[in-house]
Design a protein around this ligand. Structure first.
Ligand SMILES: Nc1ncnc2c1ncn2[C@@H]1O[C@H](COP(=O)(O)OP(=O)(O)OP(=O)(O)O)[C@@H](O)[C@H]1O
Ligand SMILES: [Mg+2]
Length: 358
């Protein structure tokens, strides 16, 4: 098993995984209009110049509305999707697209939103775990594999006796635990959890989040935790990255991002989190307006069409992702893609200068 890395030490470590300027596009199917006008089919920019880093033992929360590219990011990191451009690095070395998939899978594993869909309905839980150990040659013989299957089930809080059950004969929360056990079977160093709790009841959500936190503490595993909702990642994340229309708009330590968001979008998302005090709730408009069509994103800043702080300059050029002047206050970089970032009091700062697109 991997050795434990206390989260407080994670900040000082070199990144385990780095995404540098990753872009992914999906060509849209040719329409009759494309054929008639000999027009090239449109390209959807699912990821645009995404840069982020995950340190050993760190939990990075990735948050954004539906379609902002969270799953594409997870799939690209896991090697299931090739980037059009940009570089992925693992411990400082480039991860080649089309490189050794099995080797990448030993380090990086994914857990998905719907555990029912990702578990084989015709195999018992034990058989599924046994298969992973066999495929990756992780045990000397059947007896050793059996022992390891029990250990994996215990690790995710399930009784080993459950190994003879089929996926339909256990609860949704238990199924997600099995998915996590299967991912852990290869002793990965990074777990990509793509909305692992979105399909679960609120009480079960908390249990799975606690489990992931425990696993990080015990195994020192890094986790990229994807969610729609900032609230879900709030307590588990060391750092949080906020995405919008394929871009990173803000990345910071969780405490900095929640206490002093710098991007108006993050600010709006935080306002949308229901407050217990009804008087304050009235003053929280959240993010208003429609999400733009991803095939026709706004020019300049992608959030400019919904941003209460937007000025003409915001529509003129795409801002770069830059570390703000306030980054040292909470430790770690506080990056924001905005020419009018909010100050720590929530007020908009005057545009400083126009950035070159990155
Ligand atoms: N294989 C694909 N072919 C074409 N378009 C795709 C494909 N996969 C994703 N997209 C598009 O890319 C964009 C990003 O999708 P993605 O699934 O990564 O978003 P997401 O943030 O995970 O959304 P959700 O919260 O709904 O899961 C969306 O506009 C989506 O429609
Ligand atoms: Mg998704």
């Amino acid at each position: 098993m991997t050795t434990s890395v206390p989260s407080s030490n994670a900040a000082a470590l070199a990144p385990l995984l780095e995404c540098r300027d990753i872009s992914v596009t999906f060509r849209q199917p040719r329409t009759a209009r494309d054929l008639l006008s000999a027009r090239k089919p449109l390209k959807l920019h699912a990821l645009r110049n995404v840069s982020l880093a995950v340190k050993p033992g760190e939990i990075l929360g990735v948050v954004g509305e539906s379609g902002c590219g969270k799953s594409t990011l997870g799939r690209t990191i896991a090697g299931l999707q090739s980037p059009d451009s940009g570089e992925l690095r693992w411990e400082g070395l480039t991860l080649a697209a089309g490189g050794d998939r099995k080797a990448r899978a030993r380090n990086i594993q994914m857990v998905f939103q719907d555990p029912y869909a990702s578990l084989n309905p015709r195999m018992t839980l034990g058989q599924m775990l046994d298969e992973v150990l066999l495929v990756h040659g992780l045990a000397a013989n059947a007896a050793e594999r059996r022992e390891r299957v029990d250990e994996l089930l215990l690790m995710v809080g399930l009784a080993p006796q459950l190994k003879d059950r089929m996926p339909h004969a256990i609860s949704g929360g238990q199924r997600q635990r099995v998915s996590i056990a299967r991912a852990l079977a290869v002793e990965p160093r990074l777990l990509i959890a793509d909305e692992p709790v979105s399909a679960l009841d609120a009480s079960v959500q908390a249990q799975i989040i606690n489990l992931l936190e425990d696993l990080r503490a015990k195994l020192g595993i890094a986790i990229l935790f994807v969610a729609h909702d900032l609230n879900v990642v709030r307590h588990i994340s060391d750092r949080v990255t906020v995405m919008y229309l394929g871009e990173v708009l803000e990345s910071a330590r969780a405490d900095a991002l929640f206490e002093a968001p710098r991007h108006p979008y993050t600010h709006g998302l935080l306002e949308a989190i229901p407050l217990p005090d009804p008087k304050r709730r009235k003053r929280t408009p959240g993010v208003t307006g429609e999400l733009p069509d991803p095939l026709h994103p706004p020019t300049g800043c992608s959030f400019s069409s919904r941003c209460p702080q937007a000025v003409e300059a915001c529509k003129a050029a795409r801002p770069a992702l830059e570390a703000g002047a306030e980054h040292s206050e909470h430790g770690g970089l506080h990056e924001v893609r905005c020419i009018r970032p909010l100050s720590s009091t929530g007020a908009a700062l005057a545009p400083v200068h126009l950035h070159r697109p990155s």
